[in-house]
Design a binder for this molecule. Structure first.
Ligand code: ZN
Length: 370
């Protein structure tokens, strides 16, 4: 290798290290801090109304709160020839089913479409802020009404990145989510983590340094106003193992104690699968509050066929519809979801259409109400 080539390579690697952090798992929080500067004292500055714990708690969804349906558009990058896409349609389908399962208790669900884009320039690339922006500028569409989720190759520099709802770029071409192919599809749940950011969540370990104005100490009485602005997510260091973090918080000199590694917004899943399974009620409230405040344009109608509005398309929808039609059961909350065969009337034909789709490879219902 020529010295000049070696220099360019070194300079590039150093640039990557400062731009996304070498071996970065998730760059969402760092990307925001690069944009606005570090959290400085005095005080951990709120980003907007939903950092108020009163508004956050008022938005915690009860069982009667309508499910929010977020529109997603997956942009899967393949080589220019069309070969070697970063994910298959089956990967995307699996990922959305997992996303819907993880968010179902929080009354947020996702409808989606998939676009395959053939461009070798972004199939595998070094994820500088400039290269990620260039990819998004080239291929993001409908970004004010749809969360564009790019799937490409950024290994080993980056697994995922999202855009906070308070970021002025949230509804621009450079908003949305980028995912590395090796963190996408069965059995990964990185997209659940990134979607948490996209809807307004910080990492549970936000504010690592003692000098950070947002540092949260164990059992912090100000937990609503530091760290991730949630008091029901304990203070924790960044810890990539599916277990409580050992040791003490050097800032307070007390043990970390329980650090909730099961939280989706920790890094515990890096240490093995089977840990991430929790958004807390206050995190749920933040996501609903921030979505209502900033992201309503990206919400859409429910998918046709989810007659009982539980976020899943299954035989219980057909049973719900039959009970409504013939046994005085409750009506669907959104009538159009029950017009499964899109013939403008709600009758037994819709139930048959749905059963046919579920069990005999019949045609799929419309993705969403017209
Ligand atoms: Zn993250």
């Amino acid at each position: 290798m020529k010295i000049s080539t070696a220099f360019v390579l070194l300079a590039t690697l150093l640039s990557v290290a400062s731009s996304v952090g070498a071996q970065q798992f998730c760059d969402t929080q760092e990307a925001w801090l690069r944009k606005v500067g570090p959290d400085k004292s005095p005080g951990c500055v709120p980003e907007g109304p939903c950092d108020d714990p009163i508004l956050r708690d008022a938005a915690i969804p009860g069982p009667s709160v309508p499910i929010k349906f977020v529109r997603l558009r997956f942009v899967v990058i393949a080589e220019t020839s069309g070969a070697n896409p970063a994910a298959t349609q089956a990967d995307v389908d699996w990922q959305v089913a997992q996303l819907n399962a993880d968010f179902a208790p929080h009354r947020v669900q996702f409808t989606y479409e998939t676009a395959f884009v053939n461009d070798s320039a972004y199939r595998v690339f070094i994820p500088l802020s400039t290269t990620i922006d260039a990819m998004q500028m080239a291929y993001a569409v409908d970004f004010d009404t749809t969360v564009n989720v790019f799937v490409c190759g950024m290994n080993p520099f980056l697994v995922g990145r999202a855009t906070y709802p308070w970021d002025p770029d949230a509804l621009s071409p450079v908003g949305g989510i980028v995912m590395d192919e090796f963190g996408f599809g069965d059995p990964h749940r990185v997209l659940t983590h990134e979607m948490g950011h996209q809807l307004g969540l910080w990492h549970t370990f936000r504010g690592l340094a003692c000098t950070d104005a947002c540092h949260e100490v164990p059992q912090d009485p100000a937990a609503d106003f530091v760290g991730d602005f949630c008091a029901d997510t304990p203070a924790t260091p960044q810890y990539g193992v599916c277990a409580d973090a050992p040791g003490i918080d050097a800032c307070a000199g007390v043990p970390w104690g329980s650090t909730q590694p099961e939280n989706f917004m920790s890094y515990a899943e890096q240490g093995g699968t089977g840990c991430w399974n929790l958004f807390t009620p206050e995190q749920s409230g933040r996501m609903h509050c921030w979505t209502d405040a900033q992201l309503t344009g990206q919400l859409g109608p429910p998918p046709t066929g989810d007659v009982n509005a539980d976020g899943q398309l299954d035989i219980s929808d057909s049973v719900f519809l039959l009970a409504y039609l013939f046994a005085s059961g409750p009506a669907p909350t959104t009538p159009c979801v029950a017009d499964v065969n899109d013939d403008t009337s709600i009758d037994i034909g819709d139930s048959i259409y749905l059963l046919s789709y579920l069990f005999t490879q019949g045609p799929a219902p419309l993705d969403a109400c017209p």
